[in-house]
Design a protein around this ligand. Structure first.
Ligand code: C2E
Ligand code: CA
Ligand code: CA
Ligand code: CA
Length: 284
């Protein structure tokens, strides 16, 4: 921990020094990782209630470092944002995910591919053009692509967000508000911007369904808030996905509350393309 001593605000402890060294090391390693082909995409299914039929996939980035092994996106995405590498990396993810959806014959199936977008990527003046190019070059219909955006990135420049979301809608691309209910989410973005999907954060699903008796007051409140969120989203014509569904109890609760889709380890972990492809049924 940082100690205050005299006029110095920070004293670097060996622990902080180690973390800083690791960050710098990973940042350096990240530079060449795309060219060295160290990234892959995994795919996690999204399932429609009540039957739990496959509704689509979310593409999730994986970095397999030759020495360090697999490094979590929660760790390397912020570093890639800082260095700007997220731009070529994000473009690669978008292209790869659209290609995969076409390989899986999405145009002949009622499925959609969800792609996470970073703040820096979304803010590029060419962002919508890049999406249009990825659709054109891969042949994926815009309506089968969902772009997942977070509230904090949208609030950085609401005017730009409105403009980009409007232009995406003209391409028929769907827009999802990711991680809803995480931290201090407000309702203002729901009022200001037009979303097709709302993804309720895992932490929220957990607190709404907890069986811990000491938490039952909190869990009752969380459940009420969840119910109202679902009602609100549905009134706004927004489709709701619950993230991080891990237990039958959570699934049952979400079903009772009228949630549209579920995603989580209970139904399927993120897996490489070959395994994800096995979830696809025969072509209609
Ligand atoms: P996210 O977009 O909220 O993705 C959901 C995360 O929750 C994924 O972690 C997924 O593996 C994990 N997850 C899914 N179901 C469950 C569950 O039932 N229980 C638990 N405990 N976890 C579950 P992952 O793949 O490690 O990704 C973490 C974050 O990294 C993502 O959060 C997203 O913000 C970011 N990310 C991943 N891929 C990309 C990408 O291609 N581009 C950008 N910009 N960000 C990405
Ligand atoms: Ca996401
Ligand atoms: Ca999320
Ligand atoms: Ca997240």
């Amino acid at each position: 921990h940082a100690k205050r001593s005299g006029r110095h605000v920070l004293n670097f402890t060996p622990e902080m020094q180690r973390e800083r060294d690791e960050r710098l090391y990973l940042e350096r390693e990240l530079q060449g990782a795309l060219a060295r082909d160290e990234f892959t995409l995994h795919y996690q299914g999204r399932f429609g209630l009540p039957a739990c039929g496959l509704a689509g996939f979310e593409a999730l980035l994986r970095w397999d470092h030759p020495v360090q092994g697999r490094i979590s996106p929660d760790k390397f995405i912020p570093l890639a944002e800082r260095s700007g590498l997220i731009l070529p990396l994000g473009a690669w993810v978008l292209r790869r995910a659209c290609e995969q959806a076409v390989t899986w014959n999405f145009p002949a199936r009622a499925l959609s591919m969800s792609v996470n977008v970073s703040a820096l990527q979304f803010e590029q003046p060419t962002f919508v053009q890049d999406v249009r190019a990825a659709l054109q070059e891969t042949g994926l219909p815009g309506a089968q692509l969902v772009l997942e955006l977070t509230e904090s990135m949208l609030l950085r420049d609401l005017g730009l967000a409105r403009q980009h979301i409007q232009a995406l809608r003209e391409l028929d691309v769907q827009v999802a508000l990711d991680d809803f209910g995480q931290g201090y989410s407000s309702l203002s973005v729901l009022q200001d911007l037009h979303f097709d999907h709302l993804k309720i954060d895992r932490a929220f699903i957990r607190s709404a369904s907890t069986a811990d008796p000491e938490q039952s007051g909190g869990s009752r409140n969380a459940r009420t808030v969840l119910e109202v969120m679902l009602h609100l989203a549905h009134r706004l014509n927004i489709h709701v996905t619950a993230e991080g569904v891990e237990t039958e109890e959570q699934l049952q609760l979400l079903h009772e509350l009228g949630c549209d889709d579920v995603q989580g380890f209970l139904l399927g972990r993120p897996v490489p393309a070959t395994a994800a492809g096995d979830l696809l049924g025969p072509l209609p």
